[in-house]
Write a protein that binds this ligand. Sequence first.
Ligand code: MRU
Length: 366
Amino acid sequence: MSETKNIMEYETVELDEQEKAVVIIDQTKLPGRTEIIRLKSAQEIWNAIYLLQVRGAPAIGVAAAFGIYVLADAVETDDYDAFLTEFTKQKEYLDSARPTAVNLSWALGRMENVVLENRGKSVAEIKELLKKESIGIKEEDIWVCRTIGEYGLSLVKPGDGILTHCNAGQLATSKYGTATAPIYLGQERGYHFRVFADETRPLLQGARLTSYELHSAGVDVTLICDNMSATVMKNGWVNAVFVGCDRVAANGDTANKIGTSVVATVAKRYNVPVYICAPTSTIDMNTATGADIHIEQRPAEEVTEMWYKERMAPEGVKVFNPAFDVTDNDLIAGIVTEYGIARAPYTESLQEIFRKKEAAKAAKQK
Ligand code: MRU
């Protein structure tokens, strides 16, 4: 189905409770066509994540949570052990779709805990709890993004120029985005930011998604090629870089879309602060440094022919196509989370962020 309302009015990921389906905008078709697709089988959900029909770390997590609920709900057994065996098989399958964004295994792990912690309950009750958890993951994501937006907004002032890379926008989350959240909040409050969106080769998330959603929201956005960031920074047009992330290691090293570390290196040269907007669901304290992060390698065709009318590289040429790179922690001015802004040394400040998270959780349970 192709639809025409403003892209900002759509839900990035939804659960259709009646039809038992994960409903997404097929992001590979944007900005030309807005096609809503319904995913029901394990293969459809896995493909949607792998092919980037749904993408961006938080949105992948929400899609996986809804996905595993839909698959678990279809398991026909009243026996807990048989249910757990099937659940685990489907969970591991979905988890294999993409390796770098930790939100995928984080969301699936949360769903798995629901099954493991409720062994004494009937399978029907566990299915209800899985639905509730998946909806909770999405609702939390909205709060997390808005809160990151508030902290991010405190780092800039009205009229500032902001550069972003890839799409860490509403299309990558449930609402607001992470790196775009300060921009949308600033827009609500009349900050008149001037935003530069890197086109983001090879899959053009910046051109197809970020510039599309910001433009649709009425933000002053200028699309630039990936090799133009030095020019706009040298011209003094950029006061801050806001980017998202797929996995932050315990020492602050950050994996994000390929090219982020180039932007951060250039930003250092021009004294522009680089802020990583990171929900705590994207911070992996079990990964010590960036060197331990598994970087996804993607098909050569994404570089040689995808998005081109004709192939733009000789047949048989060698291609290196990592989907992400790691920005070293010394290039990062701050990591903006929903529990505050972590500053170097990150090994300590990120632990403090998680202490705050635990304290907030404990206070809520009282
Ligand atoms: O390959 P993608 O499009 O899933 O990569 C997305 C990014 O790198 C985003 O910056 C990141 O996931 C953060 S989204 C809030």
